[in-house]
Design a protein around this ligand. Structure first.
Ligand code: GLV
Ligand code: MN
Ligand code: MN
Length: 402
């Protein structure tokens, strides 16, 4: 918990937490995590995607690794546990297992991923996609709000874009990947349980949207001549919520900006973001199509243009059945014989890593399900039980492999 506080103090904004990919704050927290990893005797390195790693050898050097991790980057005005709790818990589990490392039939690695949220470049999970060998070359030219590209930010960070392939891990080097994360939803709290087993992780699709109208005088332009992009976009935003509820998915417009943004000018252009999820990818894709069809028709009737450009897509993944059994055994060892199973509405690095190795996750209860907001809260007691379960999970994986 103290380490989560220390990480929370590394922020680009004065009030609150914001720590984005390839920023000075990212470099600082990588160093802090590397220090904690080295402190428990792990060999540490930073890969070419900006992820921070530590490794503890098992009963002989060079064994495939069981990787424990999460991310250190944040959304804007973030809480202190989303990602960070998983990284510091993983380091704590490694510390506890140091005396038993000579028994482990695998190496134990901890990873602090660099870019889970996609806050800066509207590309999410790039750190873990790189580790899975799924880097997309067009990501280099993505830019942040100041026009800085991923390529130049990476170079300034001390990375060599030509060597991104070196971040990729091969399946034979890995045993699996385990991630502890706050639930970011209310189900555990409602069930009165500190921990849960994750069954699957929903894959989000994200879009940059535009409604194009005509900027004109707010007083002089009669209603019959107005092409108000913000009125059109407002109707689209309402439809996003309505269609999501009707079709059983989840869709959110998280940012919306009207241009030129004058008090006395009819908005000629609106830019917005759209995030769409569902338990199953097919259901999510149906929702995307329904939103698109509605928006095109509605905007067309008003003489407005409508565009949606996909900027991120992740396939939903199922957690690995054997690792899920180990997580279940790990939680059972803390006194809950039949842990609650939850599908994750939030995205996680585990979903990218699943392309190269089996994955599973442990959820920790958080107050009122609040996350992606400064009010994120967990209790010391729940975190303690979570770390016990995490350690017991690793030992269960070891027992099964032995
Ligand atoms: C990541 O936190 C996401 O689910 O958007
Ligand atoms: Mn998050
Ligand atoms: Mn997260």
């Amino acid at each position: 918990m103290d380490r989560c506080e220390e990480l929370a103090a590394v922020s680009a904004i004065g009030h609150g937490i914001e720590r984005v990919h390839l920023s000075p704050e990212h470099a600082r927290v990588n160093e802090m995590a590397a220090g904690w990893m080295a402190g428990v005797g792990m060999r540490t390195w930073r890969d070419q995607a900006g992820n921070q790693w530590g490794r503890l050898e098992g009963r002989e050097p060079g064994l495939p690794a069981l990787v424990l991790g999460s991310h250190l980057d944040t959304v804007t005005d973030a809480g202190r546990y989303d990602g960070m709790l998983g990284v510091v818990s993983a380091i704590e589990v490694a510390a506890r297992l140091v005396p038993r490392a000579a028994e482990l039939p695998f190496a134990l690695e901890v990873v602090a991923f660099s870019d889970e949220e996609g806050t800066r470049f509207s590309t999410a999970l790039t750190g873990s996609f790189a580790v899975a060998g799924n880097w997309h070359e067009d990501w280099w030219e993505r830019t942040d709000r100041d026009g800085v590209s991923v390529r130049s930010a990476a170079e300034r960070f001390g990375l060599d874009p030509a060597r991104i392939g070196e971040a990729a891990r091969r399946p034979e080097e890995l045993v699996g990947y385990l991630e502890l994360h706050i639930e970011q939803g209310p189900h555990l709290e409602a069930a009165g349980r500190p921990l849960g087993v994750v069954s699957s992780i929903a894959g989000a699709r994200r879009f940059a949207g535009r409604v194009v109208g005509e900027a004109r005088h707010a007083g002089g332009t009669p209603y019959g001549k107005r092409k108000d992009a913000l009125v059109g976009a407002s109707q689209v935003v309402l439809a996003v919520e309505r269609l999501a509820v009707e079709l059983g998915g989840i869709a959110t417009v998280g940012r919306l900006q009207a241009f030129p943004g004058g008090v006395n000018v009819v908005p000629g252009l609106v830019e917005f973001t759209l995030d769409v999820r569902a338990e199953h990818d097919e259901q999510r894709d149906v929702l995307v199509d329904a939103i698109t069809a509605y928006a095109q028709e509605f905007c067309g009737l008003r003489g407005l243009g409508f565009e949606l450009i996909e900027v991120h897509a992740a396939a939903g993944v199922y957690c690995d059945a054997d690792l899920v059994e180990s997580v279940t055994a790990g939680i059972a060892a803390t006194g809950d014989p039949e842990p609650l199973t939850i599908w994750s509405r939030a995205g996680h690095d585990a979903m990218a890593i699943a392309a190269v190795t089996p994955v599973a996750m442990i959820f920790v209860r958080c107050e009122d399900g609040i996350s992606h907001a400064p009010g994120e809260k967990v209790t010391l007691e729940d975190v303690a039980i979570g770390i016990d379960a995490f350690e017991a999970t690793v030992l269960d994986v070891a027992r099964r492999r032995a």
